[in-house]
Write a protein that binds this ligand. Structure first.
Ligand code: AP5
Ligand code: MG
Ligand code: ZN
Length: 218
């Protein structure tokens, strides 16, 4: 399965990606997670990315594309992959098409998670993220067993700086202006699936798997 998850900030891409990647036995590749990992370790890439991520702007394509190209060449991505947060503009979608065409490994589907702005804001304002492993929780909707502590690795949870109200506003604008056009791009290719991202987390996973099963067997 070669799959892309697309949707506005806070739609639940990361949350669903964990379940879908486990279901299909494929690696979950999140460009946001890779940037945050590099920011935490203060690598050169992390320092560069930070100035964009903290403002809700896209990291320049030259940097992002190179990083994704590298990641897709790892051996675990040969059996398939789930991309979360990439591509994020038409230029990135075109680069990905070239890479996959060259390897003769076309995408199976692009799954769009649709959610309205009010729910997005509720999800992002209560999100807490693990400083160590990047796992996400929600103060109301997906509470960790112990407040402020990651269930998986027992490290501290923090609030992403880009989840502040002002930066979320900018991320929504960037999504509408730069990312939303890739939805039409994949619709034109006939591989777009859109599902409502409302309801329980497990219910949405089931909805996604049902849509993917129907589409891939067509
Ligand atoms: P990235 O990390 O990808 O952020 P994003 O796209 O804005 O998406 P989020 O991670 O905020 O949301 P999500 O959809 O994963 O939601 P989640 O599952 O956590 O990117 C960050 C930045 O990196 C970008 O702004 C940019 O600067 C840079 N970047 C990344 N990729 C790039 C690229 N390709 N090119 C250039 N720059 C790039 O869920 C949110 C909350 O809701 C959680 O608390 C969760 O517990 C809760 N929740 C989830 N599902 C439900 C549900 N069904 N019901 C109730 N609560 C739920
Ligand atoms: Mg995410
Ligand atoms: Zn953790």
């Amino acid at each position: 399965m070669r799959l892309i998850l697309v949707g506005p900030p806070g739609a639940g891409k990361g949350t669903q990606a964990v379940h879908l990647a486990a279901h299909y036995g494929i690696p979950h590749i999140s460009t946001g997670d890779i940037f945050r990992h590099n920011m935490k370790n203060e690598t050169e890439l992390g320092m560069l990315a930070k100035s964009y991520v903290d403002r809700g702007e896209l990291v320049p394509d030259t940097v992002t594309n190179e990083m994704v190209k590298d990641r897709l060449s790892d051996s675990d991505a040969k059996k398939g992959f789930l991309l979360d947060g990439f591509p994020r503009n038409v230029a990135q979608a075109e680069l990905l098409r070239k890479i996959l065409e060259k390897a003769n490994t076309p995408l199976d589907a692009v799954l769009e998670l649709a959610l309205d702005d009010a729910e997005i804001i509720a999800r992002l304002s209560g999100r807490r993220t693990c400083r160590n492993c990047g796992a996400t929780f929600h103060m109301i909707y997906e509470k960790p067993a112990t407040e402020g502590i990651c269930d998986t690795c027992k490290s501290d949870l923090y609030q992403r700086p880009d989840d502040s109200e002002e930066v979320v506003k900018r991320r929504l604008e960037v999504y509408a202006e730069q990312t939303k056009p890739i939805v039409s791009f994949y619709q034109a290719e006939g591989i777009l699936l859109t599902i409502p991202a409302v309801g329980d987390i497990t219910e949405i996973t089931q909805r996604a798997i049902a849509a993917l099963t129907a589409a891939v067997s067509r």
